[in-house]
Design a protein around this ligand. Sequence first.
Ligand code: PGA
Length: 256
Amino acid sequence: MEIIIRDTPESASVVAARIIAKQLRDKPDSILGLATGSTPLPLYRALIAMDLDWGKVTTFNLDEYIGLPREHPQTYHSFMWENLFRHTNVRPESVHIPDGNAADIPRHCSEYEEQIRAAGGIDIQVLGIGTDGHIGFNEPTSSLASRTRIKTLTRQTRADNARFFGSEDEVPKHVITMGIGTIMEARMNLLLAFGENKARAIAEAVEGPVTSFNPASALQMHPVVKVCLDEPAATGLKRADYYRWVDANKPAWQVF
Ligand code: PGA
């Protein structure tokens, strides 16, 4: 894992945006895996400001709530169009977000996996992390080999996400999420985390044992992971000084 620590969410997100911009310049028909929540918002703002060409890009989102009408403001469908897609020239037919109203959910999930495979696999997967270490909506004890499927949210995640809804009761209990196995097949994973409330989950994911108890820790087994943090999210890291030193001493060709 490569740990990149910056003062603010905005400056850490600019690093992530440069990584994605380089990918789109090198391969205009890239396959991007995208995330929702408050974490990727500064990344999406930075990407919009870069005015990149999304005309040949294909996207796959990590997850979606089950049972909300598609146009509900809190669906991840609404989130993505509002906060990213409508500001780009992405083609609507190239956008893939799990359908939380699919009649046959297991079948929809295996078709989603097939669509990712048919597209050629994900080049860069953007990830946030839950306070419990979830990536996508793979809650603790999710199989590290899991594929896209239905999950039941933990009470912690529903409490964390209540801020987007009127109350915790209004947060759906079930979601569709790419599995950890799906995420591990992306050619690069780009994990972002901001704020002190993510410090423990990040410390466990980066420096703890690989365990389904912190699903993000599975990324230790992935060959290309960049972790973009603000200072508060890095406060639990024992080796933060080393990560900063590595970052400050990169060969010129490696600088983002
Ligand atoms: P957040 O959620 O970005 O809203 O903090 C992250 C997550 O649950 O993965």
